[in-house]
Design a protein around this ligand. Structure first.
Ligand SMILES: Cc1cc2nc3c(=O)[nH]c(=O)nc-3n(C[C@H](O)[C@H](O)[C@H](O)COP(=O)(O)O)c2cc1C
Length: 243
């Protein structure tokens, strides 16, 4: 079994084992079409493998988020500089993936202001312009959903949700574990149609039954997060199994 990032911290896990990360470099403008093609091919592969759809990940410091954030995007071509230009590559990727597999099979995740993995989005005006531009340009595509990792009671969340107009999924990150009460609060705000549940669902395969019954929950074990195999993912007991 491949080691997990926890077992090999700071390493990149490949089929050949853990290796050091390359030193990051700016992608040349003429390389971008091939990067976009990789997203499209990955989406096609997912559908061909039988999945219902894909989530284009533009959150949490991953590649597309690095285009959006002013501290990671230092480009001087048409993909850098203004908020609109920083949103451009994400719009192009989402549009191309939607065209390839059908917009109804495509969701997008964003995490404005989530300072993770080197992201420093601290200017609220800039965030409103960047994410506003992004959402305005994908709102017409009729995507499956927009997943926003941010404070669902915040102004930016409400603004983006309104501008998207389709289904919006909320999650406010790792600081507080999602609870039934927080889900109900978020849904009653009217700015989200659903809530993404991470750790409680990972630890409770029958979470909806437990929440409905007010039953005890299994505690998630952080040591098995991001593991290389099934442990910590498929082995938590259901109520019926006696826990
Ligand atoms: C084991 C594990 C893996 C995760 N992987 C991802 C991921 O690949 N991409 C992502 O955007 N969030 C990922 N998350 C974060 C969750 O989507 C969610 O934002 C986080 O768990 C907070 O919600 P919660 O309080 O319901 O757990 C992961 C969380 C856990 C526990």
């Amino acid at each position: 079994m491949a080691p997990s990032p926890i077992q090999a911290p700071g390493k990149m896990i490949t089929a050949q084992g853990p290796v050091d990360h390359d030193v990051p470099r700016e992608i040349a403008t003429d390389e971008l079409p091939s990067v976009l093609d990789e997203y499209v091919q990955a989406a096609r592969n997912a559908v061909e493998a039988g999945l219902d759809g894909v989530e284009v990940h533009a959150a949490n410091g991953y590649l597309l988020h690095q285009f959006l954030s002013p501290n990671s995007n230092e480009r001087s071509d048409e993909y850098g500089g203004s908020p609109q230009r920083r949103a451009r590559f994400v719009v192009e990727v989402v549009s191309a993936v939607a065209q390839a597999i059908g917009a109804e099979r495509v969701g997008v995740r964003i995490s404005p202001g989530h300072q993770l993995n080197g992201i420093a989005e601290v200017d609220e005006g800039d965030m409103a312009s960047t994410y506003g531009s992004l959402v305005d340009q994908i709102a017409g595509l009729k995507l499956a959903y927009l997943s926003i990792l941010a404070d669902p009671s915040g102004q930016l969340f409400a603004d983006l949700s309104q501008r998207f107009s389709g289904s919006v999924i909320a999650n406010d990150g790792f600081s507080e574990v999602t609870s039934l009460m927080s889900v109900e609060q978020t849904l009653s705000s009217g700015h989200a149609d659903a809530v993404a549940v991470g750790r409680p669902y990972l630890a409770n395969p029958d979470l909806e039954v437990r929440w409905a019954q007010g039953a005890e929950l299994n505690e998630p074990n952080m040591d098995t997060f991001y593991g290389g195999g099934a442990e910590g993912y498929t082995d938590y007991p259901t109520l019926a199994e006696g826990a």
